[in-house]
Every structure is written in structure tokens, then in C-alpha cells.
Design a protein around this ligand. Structure first.
Ligand SMILES: C[S@@+](CC[C@H](N)C(=O)[O-])C[C@H]1O[C@@H](n2cnc3c(N)ncnc32)[C@H](O)[C@@H]1O
Length: 153
């Protein structure tokens, strides 16, 4: 499993290069203008980081230490992003994110991977301000392998 996680992290950006070309305008539209307190869920290798302006104060959470290592390389010079090696349903996050404190929760290509998406959505509701918004860029949850296996990395 450790080997697979390491391999996934090392190949992720190159594997996604073609797909990212078509996602670029969507990410720009969804993320480019966000301001305030933001949770970036499952940041992976930090693909979203280049899209956030300095008006966005971003908490990035990523449970894979290998993915996070890649993401940290993209955080250079971005003091507005703080990253944690945590899953979004980990209890430790409740200490870090006060209730009703977030302007946005950003989930890009991640809900299909989280083992308990219902619990994650419940947490988002608790963390978001009443005026806050959940931003989702998603594809479908695969029902069978090998696609299902790739989603559960
Ligand atoms: C397909 S990647 C997407 C990365 C990034 N958000 C993007 O748009 O490219 C999904 C990420 O979700 C992470 N993930 C898996 N379970 C998670 C959880 N419980 N909480 C937060 N992130 C999780 C994985 O480790 C992986 O890095």
C-alpha cells in the first residue's frame, strides 16, 4: 500500500497533464476570485494552489504524506496557504477549524476518494459560515475496478 501511495503521488501530475488542460478554465472560474477563509480538501499535489489569490487564506488538508510533499513544493512564496497532513474527517481538524468560520470549502476531484463522504459533508456544513459556500468539481464515483481502485489511493 505504501509503495502504491508513493507511486500514485510521483505519477499524479504527469498523469493529469492532459486532463488539467481542460480543467484549467474551470479551476480558474471556480477558485480564482475566492476571498476569505477557505478549506481546500484533499489538496493532493497542490494543483489548486496556483489558482488562489493572496486574498484567500487557505487551510489545505491532505492525508497522504507523499502527495503533501509534492504540494509543499508548490507552496513556496505562498504565505496564505497552510497545509496539514490530515484527512478531512480526522478529529484533529476540529481543533484547527472553528465552527462556522469558513467562507468556502473547496473539493476538487476529491469526494469520490473520501471513504465517508456523508460525514465529510456534515463537517463542511458545521465549518461553513451561514453565508459560506461549498465548491465542488467532481467526476463520478466508479463502481468497479480498475477505476475504483485508482480512486481509493
Ligand atoms: C484525485 S486527488 C485530487 C487532488 C486535488 N484536489 C486536485 O484537484 O487535483 C484526491 C485526493 O484526496 C485525498 N484524500 C483521500 N481521502 C481523503 C480524506 N479523508 N480527506 C481529505 N483528502 C482525502 C487523496 O489522498 C488525494 O490526494
Amino acid at each position: 500500500m505504501k509503495f502504491y501511495k508513493k507511486l500514485f503521488a510521483s505519477k499524479y501530475d504527469s498523469f493529469m497533464t492532459g486532463i488539467e488542460k481542460s480543467l484549467h478554465s474551470i479551476r480558474t472560474e471556480l477558485i480564482g476570485d475566492l476571498k476569505g477563509e477557505i478549506l481546500d480538501v484533499g489538496s493532493g499535489t497542490g494543483v489548486n494552489f496556483e489558482y488562489y489569490s493572496m486574498k484567500a487564506q487557505v487551510i489545505a488538508v491532505e492525508p497522504s504524506a507523499y502527495m503533501l510533499l509534492k504540494a509543499k513544493a508548490k507552496m513556496e512564496g505562498k504565505d496564505n496557504i497552510t497545509a496539514y497532513n490530515l484527512g478531512v474527517t480526522d478529529e484533529a481538524l476540529t481543533e484547527i477549524i472553528p465552527k462556522h468560520s469558513l467562507d468556502y470549502v473547496v473539493c476538487t476531484l476529491v469526494l469520490c476518494t473520501i471513504p465517508d463522504p456523508q460525514l465529510a459533508l456534515k463537517k463542511f456544513k458545521q465549518w461553513l459560515k451561514p453565508t459560506g459556500k461549498l465548491i465542488i468539481l467532481e467526476h463520478i464515483h466508479a463502481e468497479s475496478n480498475p477505476n475504483r481502485m485508482l480512486q481509493y489511493n
